[in-house]
Write a new protein. Structure first.
Length: 309
């Protein structure tokens, strides 16, 4: 009888937490560009600034700023602490997902480390952004899919949609792959879409209109933006080559993630053509790439000769 591998969570969770804190501390609570808009959303929810100072679409991604604003104490520190916890939770979920995929303890730990010891976690996560919440929700979704718990995946998709609107595609995938029945799946999509409309037209109405459409000007600026190139390279240089190496050696249990990866790459590509290009585009795909990345170096499956090992 095969004994299922286990992780010592009493050691692993504090180790992940300390490592993430050490890597995030140097930029703890920073605000530049997008992060300032998310921080302003949290300030607005606390009543510190008027709605006129909000810049769409950032206030519509309300869940993480709302949680940060609800925690007593210094808002900047609360927001950064919340992101730290989300980074650690995402890493733990990824380790658990890889372990449940049958890849063993060392590769499970490596999966968690890839989520933490990465340019996005070091460079972006300490800033007051909502991306750690989105990545964490996607990691929970992957864990739920690999463990055959579609309603946990649905909950992760709903929460993820409240963090960033493109996570509604997770629910669409659940429905399209028949992991949930038609009527419940449509109800999930309706609930997620209703939440987006509720925030946009009732919770935070009256903001200036905005449109993100592909245009050559954005593409041309991105082609000449050295910092963006470095950010993309730094976020991709480890996980993508490893994922490509591990792709064919991955066990069949990981195959559902292929469609997820392709689907969730679509909004990243649209954002690259419409707004700006940076490493967060790759970071959002880590939950779907890391399980393949840790398969690099796996021996090819041996054909069975009918003799037990």
């Amino acid at each position: 009888m095969t004994v299922r591998a286990r992780l010592n969570w009493t050691i692993l969770v504090p180790a992940f937490a300390l490592l993430a804190l050490a890597l995030m501390w140097w930029r703890w609570g920073g605000t530049v560009q997008d992060s300032q808009y998310y921080f302003d959303t949290a300030r607005y929810l606390r009543g510190d600034i008027p709605k006129s100072e909000l810049v769409p679409p950032f206030p519509y991604r309300i869940l993480v700023p709302a949680l940060a604003s609800a925690i007593p104490g210094d808002l900047r520190n609360n927001f950064a602490m919340l992101n730290w916890l989300l980074v650690v939770a995402g890493a733990c979920c990824m380790s658990a997902a890889v372990l449940r995929a049958g890849l063993g303890q060392r590769r499970a730990i490596a999966a968690g480390l890839l989520m933490i010891v990465s340019l996005p976690a070091v460079w972006y996560a300490p800033y007051l952004l909502v991306d750690p919440g989105s990545v964490c929700a996607r990691s929970v979704f992957v864990l739920a899919v690999l463990t055959g718990q579609p309603w946990v995946a649905a909950l992760a998709g709903l929460i993820g949609t409240a963090v960033r609107e493109e996570n509604i595609l997770l629910l669409f995938w659940l429905l399209a792959t028949r992991r949930v029945a038609l009527l419940p799946g449509l109800a999930l999509l309706a609930a997620a879409g209703g939440w987006i409309l509720l925030v946009r037209w009732w919770l935070i109405p009256g903001l200036l209109s905005y449109t993100w459409v592909p245009n050559w000007g954005n593409i041309e600026r991105a082609l000449h933006d050295v910092r963006s190139h470095l950010s993309l390279i730094g976020s991709s240089i480890i996980v993508i080559p490893l994922a490509l190496l591990g792709w064919r050696k991955a066990p069949a249990t990981l195959r559902p993630l292929v469609g997820l990866l392709v689907l969730m790459a679509l909004p990243q590509m649209y954002a690259a053509l419409s707004v700006r290009v940076d490493g967060r585009l790759v970071w959002g795909l880590y939950p779907f790439l890391v399980p393949f990345a840790v398969c690099a170096g796996l021996a090819p499956a041996r054909p069975s000769n009918g003799v037990p090992d």
